[in-house]
Design a protein around this ligand. Structure first.
Ligand code: AMP
Ligand code: ZN
Length: 154
């Protein structure tokens, strides 16, 4: 961040912290982390169980459980920071591609209940670094059923 400190009329985002939340602990500096980048609303740090070299997490400073709880401004800040980390992974780690992954709810594999975006560098034809496979098979479905469900979401 650059520039002057906020003046009396500038809106500084308030930070909500949840007791016993691991990522609130990371944001507060109470739990150690390897932090690579920060903005007013978000921070990026390394995942302690990396699935590929460079696997990072981007979280809002203010506690939000998931996609349904996070504010639009905090979500935008997280996406912006994730894009910056993804660019660095390509330039500095030689990643061939990047997956962004965000899990919401136990059914969607979320284990830490503080919104986060995984930034996962991908390495083509390097099984020693990257052996992630797609978690689904691509199978064509009934077109009427696809349209019916699409209409429910329209
Ligand atoms: P998810 O399963 O999508 O909720 O992802 C949670 C992620 O947080 C996992 O990839 C964990 O390895 C990671 N994680 C848990 N505790 C920490 C921590 N203290 N520092 C960094 N990453 C963590
Ligand atoms: Zn939290």
């Amino acid at each position: 961040m650059t520039g002057c400190p906020p003046g009396p009329t500038a809106k500084v985002p308030s930070v909500r912290a949840e007791p016993d939340c691991i990522f609130c602990g990371v944001v507060a500096g109470e739990i150690s982390s390897t932090t690579m980048a920060q903005s007013e609303r978000a921070i990026a740090f390394m995942d302690i169980n990396p699935v590929t070299p460079g696997h990072a997490l981007v979280v809002p400073r203010s506690h939000a459980t998931d996609l349904f709880d996070i504010t639009a401004d905090d979500l935008a800040a997280c996406v912006h920071l994730a894009q910056q980390i993804a660019e660095r992974a390509k330039e500095r780690l030689g990643a061939d591609g990047i997956n962004l992954l965000n899990c919401n709810g136990e059914a969607a594999w979320q284990t830490v209940l503080h919104f986060h975006i995984h930034v996962i560098p991908r390495f083509k034809d390097q099984p020693g670094k990257d052996c992630i496979g797609l978690p689904w098979d691509s199978v064509p479905s009934n077109l009427d059923e696809i349209e019916r469900i699409g209409n429910l979401l329209s």
